[in-house]
Design a protein around this ligand. Structure first.
Ligand SMILES: Cc1cc2nc3c(=O)[nH]c(=O)nc-3n(C[C@H](O)[C@H](O)[C@H](O)COP(=O)(O)O)c2cc1C
Ligand SMILES: Nc1ncnc2c1ncn2[C@@H]1O[C@H](COP(=O)(O)OP(=O)(O)OP(=O)(O)O)[C@@H](O)[C@H]1O
Length: 264
């Protein structure tokens, strides 16, 4: 898979072959996202075109300040997103640098200056995708804005019970310690990218969604299982010192340990 990182003003210089393009932020690459990408993949296969996805490096809420911006937490780093996308058959991942200038673009400008230069023949997005300044445009309006340059496919909601699967809901579940349910909605195990600095493991993302304070068994790589503590200050502390990058999976809460003794 090719990862193409771009500032929005570099886009007009893109020369590339046509593609089928899926649009969204895709934090967590959950089962709803997987449906969007699978829909695009089927169309790409039928048309013998490469499957491409366009995402942003930074979430919109971190650029456009709202009362909820401070509470926002990420599920996946760009690297994790890219690895999950590669497994779904994505050939080309566009990572657009999301800035105030991008947020201020009209929907038509975004279509003309960012989507069209990818030479997308088909654009696929979910039923609730919005874009353009103030989130002005939807998947339905995308068809008009395409001005005949591409076809638009809208993916219907993937739900569990009455709920649409969403990154927001998965963040809330992880934050509430409902890791198994979160993983069901994700469609893959929860993994958190960290770097060991002695006994502290520092998440790669400053704003990483973590499980609540407590003691957990985790795995790093295929075999190494160990315990760690998520402290009340949201720090990850292990018994053994380690230096370097780790991907923590296999999250299981150790039952019957109170917060106070978990820190001891
Ligand atoms: C060109 C462009 C401009 C955008 N401008 C805004 C904006 O002004 N305000 C906003 O809340 N979101 C803006 N967005 C973000 C989307 O509308 C959408 O709300 C955002 O991706 C939310 O992601 P979420 O569903 O993961 O919360 C913009 C997106 C694009 C592509
Ligand atoms: N459950 C779902 N069913 C179908 N499409 C979905 C679903 N969730 C997201 N999508 C689509 O996937 C793309 C990426 O969505 P986005 O990154 O906004 O995820 P989200 O889970 O809706 O996030 P948030 O909870 O922050 O709103 C968009 O095109 C969106 O419409």
């Amino acid at each position: 898979m090719d990862v193409i990182t771009r500032d929005v003003n570099q886009f007009s210089s893109l020369t590339t072959t046509p593609c089928v393009l899926a649009l969204g932020f895709f934090d967590g690459v959950h089962r709803g996202h997987q449906q969007v990408i699978a829909t695009a993949r089927r169309r790409a296969q039928a048309l013998h075109l490469p499957l491409a996805v366009m995402t942003f490096d930074v979430h919109a809420s971190q650029v456009i300040r709202t009362p909820r911006s401070d509470q926002f937490r990420y599920l996946t780093t760009v690297t994790q997103k890219a690895a999950l996308m590669a497994r779904l058959g994505v050939a080309r991942l566009y990572v657009i640098h999301f800035t105030r200038a991008v947020a201020a673009m009209s929907a038509q400008a975004f279509v003309d200056q960012v989507i069209a230069p990818t030479l997308a023949q088909v654009v696929v997005a979910g039923f609730d995708y919005t874009f353009g300044v103030g989130g002005q445009a939807t998947t339905a309006t995308l068809m008009t804005l395409s001005r005949g340059r591409f076809e638009v496919i809208t993916v219907q909601p993937v739900t569990v019970g009455a709920w649409k699967i969403s990154s927001t809901r998965i963040r809330d579940l992880i934050g509430a310690g409902e890791i198994t349910t979160a993983e069901t909605l994700l469609g893959h195990p929860l993994t958190i990218a960290v770097t060991g600095h002695g006994r502290e493991l520092v998440p790669e993302l400053a704003k990483q969604q973590l499980p609540p304070p407590g003691r957990y068994r985790v795995t790093a790589g295929r075999h190494r299982a160990f315990t760690l503590t998520v402290t009340d200050a949201n720090e990850l502390v292990t018994g053994q010192a380690y230096t370097g990058p780790l991907t923590l999976g296999g999250w299981a809460r150790l039952a019957g340990v109170s917060r106070a003794s978990a820190l001891g």
